[in-house]
Design a binder for this molecule. Structure first.
Ligand code: 5GP
Length: 114
């Protein structure tokens, strides 16, 4: 498993992107290839490669992902219309970046999940 990844470089601001939110636990920024009018990625600041690597020590970080998702949904005014939160794990789910992340998608009807 690679220790370095694109998200770590974004979090550490080695790569310049529009950071929507950052605190001591998580960082949020726009997805490079948006699948909806609002497509934001919310990621832990530490490397947790997949959901399979999550431990009880990560509970506060994982809770923060939801808190920040709700905050950004409100800021983007999609909180009432609705939105979808997705976390992919491993290749059957199509995980591309092995740094756990939550997708926040909204701004249009998203249709059925599958
Ligand atoms: P996954 O399939 O791993 O759940 O999602 C990875 C997401 O990261 C994809 O939606 C992809 O568009 C996005 N992504 C990949 N590389 C970059 C990048 O360099 N910058 C940003 N902002 N998003 C990226």
């Amino acid at each position: 498993m690679k220790k370095d990844n694109i998200f770590i470089n974004i979090i550490k601001k080695k790569i310049k992107v529009d950071i929507l939110y950052q605190d001591e636990l998580v960082t949020a920024f726009y997805d490079l290839n948006p699948k909806a009018p609002v497509h934001v990625l919310i990621v832990p600041n530490i490397l947790i490669p997949t959901v399979n690597h999550v431990t009880t020590n990560d509970e506060i970080i994982l809770g923060r992902l939801f808190v920040v998702a709700a905050k950004i949904a409100k800021k983007k005014n999609i909180h009432s219309s609705g939105y979808r939160l997705i976390v992919n794990c491993n290749h059957h789910a199509g995980q591309e970046i092995y740094h756990l992340h939550m997708h926040l998608l909204g701004g249009k009807p998203l249709g059925p999940l599958l």
